[in-house]
Design a protein. Structure first.
Length: 158
């Protein structure tokens, strides 16, 4: 995606000395793409030296959000963005078409679909969805602390 799109804002306001790491990938909106999204996410988080429970939770969140985009939308592709800023990791998945009411938690345990958002809710510090701006579709995002004393980095730990 080009800078300035709905998923990747044109400007990111950072305080001095703060670095944001970003990674974005697009996959066909097919069930087999969920495994690819997990692999790409895991490889990037390893490169950023993000390990442990936070890495595992992030991979699971990507899996759930991409699955929801594949199953519940009329998309040809989904775009995933990982953004590590300070001690927080933001995961955003954009689809190309959605149901008008957007994602929601299901209150009934009898419902076959929608329980994945309970997992997203439990694992993330916050989550939500937004219209994709100038394109059709929706962005569903989740944020979680990555649980390390150091911000995400491409440098080896000291």
């Amino acid at each position: 995606m080009a800078p300035g799109s709905a998923l990747i804002p044109r400007l990111l306001d950072l305080s001095p000395g703060t670095e944001a790491l970003r990674y974005c990938f697009a996959l066909p909106a097919r069930p087999e793409s969920v495994a690819g999204a997990r692999r790409l996410t895991l490889a990037r988080l390893d490169a950023w030296k993000l390990a442990g429970d936070a890495r595992d939770a992030a991979v699971l969140l990507v899996s759930e959000l991409v699955t929801n985009a594949v199953v519940h939308t009329a998309s040809a592709r989904v775009v995933c963005e990982l953004r590590c800023l300070g001690r927080s990791l933001r995961i955003a998945v954009q689809d190309q078409g959605h149901q008008p009411e957007g994602p929601r938690l299901r209150r009934s345990s009898d419902d076959e679909h929608g329980r994945g958002l309970f997992l997203v809710d439990a694992l993330s510090e916050s989550w939500g969805s937004d219209e994709a701006g100038d394109s059709c579709g929706r962005i569903v995002w989740a944020e979680l602390p990555h649980g390390t004393d150091q911000p995400c980095s491409t440098e080896p730990p000291c």
